[in-house]
Every structure is written in C-alpha cells, then in structure tokens.
Design a protein around this ligand. Sequence first.
Ligand SMILES: [Zn+2]
Length: 428
Amino acid sequence: MSVPLALRERVLAAVDDVADEMLDFAAALVRIPTVNPPGDAYPDAARAIGDRLARGGFAVSLLEAEGRPEHTPAHPRTNVLGVLEGHAPGPCLHLNGHLDVVPPGAGWTGDPFAGVVRDGRLHGRGASDMKAGIAAAVYAAEALRRAGVRLRGRLEISGTVDEESGGLAGVAWLCERGLIARGRTDYVIIPEPFGASRVCVGHRGVWWFELTTLGRTAHGSMPYLGTSAIDQMAAVLETVRLELLPALAGRTTRMPVVPEGSRRATLNVNAVAGGQAGEPVQTPCVADRCTAIFDRRYLPEEGLEPARAEMQALVERVRSRLPELRYELVDRMIVPPVETPAGSPLVAELARAIREVLGREAELVASPGSYDHKHVARIAGVEQCVAYGPGRLELAHQPDEFCDVADIEASTRVLALAMLGLCGASAG
Ligand SMILES: [Zn+2]
C-alpha cells in the first residue's frame, strides 16, 4: 500500500521524539528479572507492557496460561495481549515478543538486572534477547499514534512467556486459543535480535532424541562378568564423531542460516548419564544403563526420516562390531523446519522500510535455532511470519549482554514504517 512521503516522514520524526522514553522503557523491562527457568516475575513484565499499551489506546488483556502444568501459583504464566482496532477494515498485524530471559550465568562484570543505558548501549540480561525488541514494537506503535496516524485493520502486540523453554504456555497457548490464527492474523513479526538490517525467514528442523544402551550389571571388582552400558555408549559416541559428524559437515542448506557454520547439518550431544551418575553414594557395579541426549539440527533438504534412518544405521553398524549391544532410541522433540514463503509481502514491506531507514538492502537470514515462529506456522497456520528486531544474535544468552541504542532506534523506525505500509493509514 502506498503511503504519502510526508506521512512517512512525520512518523520517523515521531520515533525520534519517543526515543528516550523508549530506552527508559526497555531498561525498565531489563530490571524485571523474568528468569526462565523457573519463570520468575512474568506478571510484573506483562503488566508493565500492558499499562504502556493501554495508555496508547490498546485494549489490553492479561492472559494466564490456564490448563498448562507449568502455570502455578508460585510461577504464574502470564501473557499480555494488546489490540488496537483500526478505523477501517484491513489486515491484522501481530507483533510478539517473549518476556523471559535465560539465567544470567557466570562472568558478568556488572549487575545483569541493573538495566542501564551507558555508552550508547542498553546493558543487562535480555537487553538483546529480547526486551529491546519488545520496546521497539511498543514504541513503533506509540510513534504512529503521536504522529496522528489512524491505521486500517488491526494492530496487535503481545508479550508471551517461556520462549526459552519451548513456548508452550506462551505463543503456542495463544495460537491454540485462536488468538493468533489463520483468518484472524495476516502478518506476524517477532522482534528477536537479528539486527536492524536483517529479516529472519525461518530455521532448520530440530530432532532431539534419547539413546539408551542397555548392559548387564555385575560386581565392579569383576567387570568381565558384566557388560558395561557406558563402554557401549562410548563406542556409539566415537562412531558419531568419526563417521556422522564429517558427513553432516558436508551438507549445506539453501536457507541463509547465520552464523554460516549453522548452514550445515549439525549434531550436539546435550547430555550423557550412565551407571550411578549423580548418586552421592557409589557402589561397585558395572553400569547396566547409559543414556545420551542428542540435539540434531536437520536441513529441509535432508528431512526427518532420513536423518533418523541414518542414526539407526549408525547404531546398527556399531552393533555389528559389538553383538552384545542392546539399545533404545526414543524421540524427545521434533520441530520441522519453517520458512516464510518466497515472495512474501511481509518481507517485501520490511525490506522497503530497511532501504528507506538504513539506505541498504535487507539481508534475509535464517536462525541457527528455533524460536516461536514454529508455533505461528504450525499451530496458527499463519505463513506470513518473520523475525525482525534489534540486537546481536551472538550476544544472546552471553554474560555482559547488551544492545546498541542505534540499532534499537533504527529497528523502531523500520517497524513503524512497516506497520504503516502493511496496515495502511490516513492522517487523523
Ligand atoms: Zn529470544
């Protein structure tokens, strides 16, 4: 939709006017320690966002994830949804950010939850991933309001829980209740930290599985009388390292995954536990069980079934050398690859806004890991979904996380122009 240049300029000026307030808001969100696990302080963050949206004319609901086992009195799963009805029929644009941050971990040089802006950066856990992104979405809408813009259609902004632990009480819950749904929702933008000039169009597939080797126990002083499940697992892991990993490294997807290393198929051994691992008191026994958890990222070009068959064939090869090997292979989680369709009008509008704000072409990227896009695509059935927001992916989950103020401001300009372009507008 074509929007007059004067109106676009007025909106950009309004973003400049709200910039300081936006940074204060982002810093205030960082100061709310929404650490997940366990899922602390969600109601505080949801209310802070809801109050700000309500002052901007949004109809706000706080939505507790009733029916989810992780929604408890100690750690309520509180989502927030703001809806701004336009003055005329038109498309519905939904912006969604996750409230939660991962635990700070070690290695910080300052308080991870101080939430300060210093030297052109917002500092703290969640600065990049993704409280700056939420602030950018909220204040892009606020800038439109202050510029006197009346949108057509409907603008929605949600803050949801638990993205870092799978999003089942967050975006998935909203999608299951039809609050994000095909027929209701036309476009979804998730301001995850890919940076002001990048639009993220999806991710590879995820297959988490658990392999357990089953030995036979015996007294540890006579190990030759038993069969060690740990030794068997060692043989499997060695074969993975020597045979599977080089094969995976040789496969590249056409998806523009960043960083480049994740354009390949990958596998990570997430955990290994065998015998009496973790037991405070040890007795001399041959381990009769060893379990390893694998995180396999498969390419759309590979597919899940071939990836699974390849792993099964590998274990069978080990068994041909170790006939005593018995094992169980169990899926833990499967997330098919998601990809915004080529020729997406949502991508085109963001690319146009990036050109206008930054004077450069948008870089289309795919994410190394999965994020809430999967629920939007699979549960809600909304294909027009991207991630676009301020921050640096490499800083996510790191000590001394920060977000460049210039990136937050540029992303807010882009989001404001994209809202204008997608929902159309007239000056009020
Ligand atoms: Zn994130």
